[in-house]
Design a protein around this ligand. Structure first.
Ligand SMILES: [Zn+2]
Length: 453
């Protein structure tokens, strides 16, 4: 029996900043290296040096392309990392778009605040040059560890990491998808897992089901049309925007809602949508069949993709009712801020929240009912309706998370709960103990634990 060290350097006791280490059996690997995200897309906490020496790490495995899982990768190279990066092919492609976009944002912020940016374009280029792809279910060997990606069903290309040694298995869940997802395959079913490091963002909440969420979206659009208002939807560029377009495609072409102008006002989301168009082999059967039937799922009447700044600004000249989908998903930057500045003060309008809103973000404040927000040095009264539909979440809810662990109940020795706000992590860990009699632990940031592996 050998000992293995598990280090929790991010997303421990909080949702963002994913960064975990596994050391033993002749290998030292990192899993994810993401941004801490709060009031800004790139929170000041990201400036802190890594708690370990990156030059001693053999390889980095990336579960998926969300910024809280990839945002600090270029910084890792700036601090001496020389190893390879592994991810699935779509994760590599989308992560490159995300990191290139991030360089632009942090550069602008650094200039405005008169400090050095966290990293520059050259660090992103170095990261991409070290980045190899590994399809689902294919092994790579590091030291004595056999490592493979399994489908997490969270966003396009998302993966869990399964690590085998001495006939034992450890799984790091990454983010777990809210299956069935409109576009991608379901989360893979695991078996014979000894140790599980798992996310529990929604470890205390239950989402609407698929039918319910579509019905609620339909109602929100109908209200917008009736009031002659603007429906603002802050959306993450990956998966959420494409899921939403797929839903709108169905509602509009099925004549369930009237045709009104819909804008995708995010250059990043537009680029990512193109990656989706080119990655049809990753779609689930239902969606593949719709595409084979001749429907372009990302195209319907009055849908416009506004790439350039001028097109974005011109959206205000289009009379309501209209729908604007823009980033960032948590209203802590991006073009959505411009629309919120223009439209939040009018009770005819609606802000629809469909994704996780981190503590400290403007999105979270709006979700919790603040009466005024400050946007570009201007106080904006919030009179628009603020509505949350949890069913569009890309994360499993409490029941689905418990179900995910239930099938592993006979083999699993310990579950480490990460990627959750502290209260939620403790609540979920308690549930697993009470319902499934499984040993659990909620690690703190910087904690290193030893396991027999
Ligand atoms: Zn994610």
């Amino acid at each position: 029996m050998s000992k293995m060290k598990l280090g929790f350097y991010g997303a421990a006791g909080e949702v963002t900043g994913s960064n975990h280490m596994l050391e033993g059996a002749g290998a030292k690997i990192l899993i994810d290296c993401g941004f801490f995200q709060g009031t800004k897309v790139c929170d000041d906490k990201n400036n802190n040096p890594f708690a370990y020496d990156p030059s001693t790490v053999d390889a980095l495995f990336v579960t998926h392309a969300h910024l809280d899982h990839v945002g600090r990768i270029p910084k890792l190279f700036n601090e001496g990392f020389k190893g390879k990066i592994y991810s699935t092919p779509p994760t590599r492609e989308i992560a490159q778009l995300m990191l290139e976009d991030t360089v632009r944002i942090i550069d602008r912020e650094a200039k405005a605040d008169n400090h050095e940016p966290l990293y520059r374009k050259d660090a992103v280029e170095r990261a991409m040059a070290h980045w190899e792809t590994l399809p689902y279910e294919q092994d790579v060997v590091i030291g004595e560890l056999h490592i493979r990606f399994r489908d997490a069903g969270h966003i396009l290309g998302s993966a869990m990491l399964e690590i085998e040694h001495n006939g034992k298995k450890l799984v790091y869940s990454g983010d777990l998808g809210n299956s069935p997802s409109p576009l991608i395959e379901d989360t893979a079913i695991l078996s014979n897992i000894d140790y599980l490091v798992m996310e529990a963002v929604y470890g205390d909440r239950v989402h609407e089901d698929r039918e319910e969420r579509t019905k609620r979206l339909e109602e929100v659009i109908e209200d917008t049309v009736k009031n002659g208002g603007v429906l603002m939807i802050p959306a993450f560029s990956i998966e959420r925007t494409q899921d939403l377009l797929f839903e709108l495609n169905g509602l509009i072409e099925g004549n369930r809602v009237p045709e009104i102008p819909v804008f995708v006002d995010s250059p990043l989301a537009i680029k990512v949508t193109q990656v989706f168009r080119e990655s049809k082999e990753y779609f689930n059967k239902e969606t593949s069949d719709i595409i084979k039937g001749g429907d372009d799922i990302f195209k319907f009447p009055k849908l416009r993709f506004t790439q350039g700044a001028e097109d974005s600004i011109a959206i205000k000249d289009v009379p309501a009712p209209k729908i604007v989908i823009a980033g960032s998903g948590m209203s802590n930057g991006g073009r959505i801020m411009h629309h919120e500045r223009l439209y939040l003060s009018d009770p005819k309008n609606t802000l629809l929240l469909i994704g996780y809103q981190a503590v400290g973000t403007m999105g979270r404040a709006l979700q919790e009912g603040v009466k005024t927000v400050r946007i570009f040095d201007e106080d904006i009264p919030v009179r628009a309706k603020v509505i949350t539909i949890g069913g569009y979440s890309a994360h499993k809810d409490m029941n689905a998370l418990i179900e995910f662990v239930t099938v592993l109940q006979d083999s699993v020795k310990k579950v480490f709960v990460v990627h959750a706000e502290p209260g939620v992590a403790l609540f979920f860990a308690q549930r697993l103990r009470d319902y499934l009699a499984i040993d659990t632990h909620v690690p703190k940031e910087g904690e290193v634990v030893e396991i027999d592996f």
